[in-house]
Design a protein around this ligand. Structure first.
Ligand code: SF4
Length: 418
């Protein structure tokens, strides 16, 4: 029976919003009787959710499409590249392009293909402790390097019933941690008089929801009710991810980011006063046009003062049609690479320091992977990956209490708290 049901492969490139959309599609397809798998062998269809935020994201997207095509698998390409650079995904036999505006209709577009369905499943190769839930899309800002507003349109909140349906589907599948995401997450509720803090408050009141994590949040949204909800709500993970991008005020201004480095320090220090154990993780972009050694050093200095628990480093890549793409003083590729290397080294050092500081604490982890008798991997509320020793009881999806007894590089070592 299983072999008669057609296999669908979903490949996701890029951000958490893409990830949430792909997860949601996979859950819907499974519930409609398709077999969703990662194995391309004999697949009847491959959906590639593309990314255009960097040239690397575009390259990975094209590569995924051509790999599936070479395997003789029909492909639906959707996502940001379809909007920003359809030419690079030139329509070929077996390739269908579906823009972001039609992404919500993907399940019915696939249904039109008449693939064979049965008792759908998603393959139970991974525990579904965490689910990424999209609550907002688009952005009204105009950061100079960013193509996302062009790819995803104006800022808008998803209808509450759609969010609840996605949460119900995830919880039915065993999700204990929900990661709320959006292109500009803090904008949620702006057009309806609601707010992200109210959404979190109401969502965490549900007894079947273990905890909620926020994906990336613009720095000027970290205040008021939202800060209070993060600080005081025990079901909100003590972790905030902030897209800092640079620590130099001249570069931040050229990027059209709505804050100066000092303001970020103040926001983070307020956050740490309110939640001492909080993990602040950041994005850094190196090599923005006009960034010299002095500006880059300012970024490293701010990072050392901020002490982030983890850092994602991106190399600036000019995006067609963005304001920064036309700027004169572009940084050469070798220099960008070198700055990325130096930033990552610093980030690693700071991450290891943060993980070390967790030793001797008891904390709640979301079990991500578990192999009977081989232990498991979990994630703490403050974003530390924990290696759990094999223990007598079988580990299943969900939240577990753990004692942190040591570290191994950026990993914490933990014991299940019996
Ligand atoms: S806030 Fe800026 S970087 Fe983020 S999606 Fe909007 S325009 Fe892009």
């Amino acid at each position: 029976m299983r072999d008669e049901v057609d296999k669908i492969v979903i490949i996701t490139v890029g951000c958490k919003v893409n990830q949430a959309e792909s997860e949601e599609l996979a859950l819907r397809l499974a519930e409609e009787g398709y077999r969703v798998t990662r194995d391309m062998e004999g697949a009847a269809l491959c959906v590639v959710n593309t990314c255009a935020v960097t040239s690397e994201g575009e390259h990975k997207s094209r590569k995924a499409v051509s790999k599936a095509m070479r395997a003789g698998v029909p492909v639906i390409a959707t996502g940001c590249s379809v909007r920003t650079d359809p030419g690079s995904l030139q329509a070929a036999r077996g390739l269908q392009l579906v823009p972001n505006t039609d992404k919500d209709r993907l399940a019915s577009i696939i249904a039109e293909r008449g693939l064979k369905t049965g008792p759908g499943d998603m393959g139970n190769d991974v525990l579904r402790t965490r689910a990424v839930i999209k609550v907002q899309d688009g952005c009204d800002r105009g950061c100079a390097y960013c193509i996302v507003p062009r790819a995803r349109g104006r800022s808008r909140s998803l209808p509450r019933d759609q969010i609840e349906a996605a949460v119900d589907r995830a919880v039915r599948r065993g999700a204990a941690e929900l990661v709320l995401t959006g292109v500009n997450l803090g904008d949620y509720g702006r057009e309806s008089g609601s707010s992200l803090s109210r959404l979190i408050h109401e969502m965490t009141a549900r007894p079947d929801i273990g905890r909620v994590r926020l994906s990336s949040l613009e720095i000027d949204h970290v205040r008021g009710e939202l800060l209070e909800e993060v600080a005081c709500n025990p079901k909100v993970c003590k972790h905030l991810h902030l897209p800092l991008q640079s620590g130099d005020d001249r570069i931040l201004e050229a990027m059209r980011r709505p804050y100066a480095a000092q303001e970020v320090m103040e926001v983070v220090s307020r956050l740490r006063q309110a939640v001492p154990e909080i993990a602040v993780t950041v994005d850094i972009m190196v090599g923005f046009p006009g960034e010299g050694e002095a500006e880059f050093s300012n970024t490293l200095r701010v990072i050392e003062e901020l002490q982030p628990a983890k850092m994602h480093v991106f190399q600036y890549s000019p995006r067609p049609g963005t304001k920064a793409a036309g700027l004169a003083v572009q940084v050469d590729a070798a220099e960008k690479k070198e700055r990325a290397r130096r930033s990552r080294n610093l980030g690693l050092l700071l991450q290891q320091r943060f993980v070390k500081a967790q030793v001797g604490t008891r904390t709640e982890v979301a079990i991500l992977e578990a192999r009977y008798g081989e232990g498991a991997v979990g994630l703490t509320g403050n974003y530390v990956r924990v290696l759990l020793e094999p223990c007598k009881q079988e580990l299943t999806a969900g939240l577990a209490n753990v004692y942190i007894k040591g570290t191994r590089g950026c990993l914490a070592l933990g014991d299940m708290d019996n």
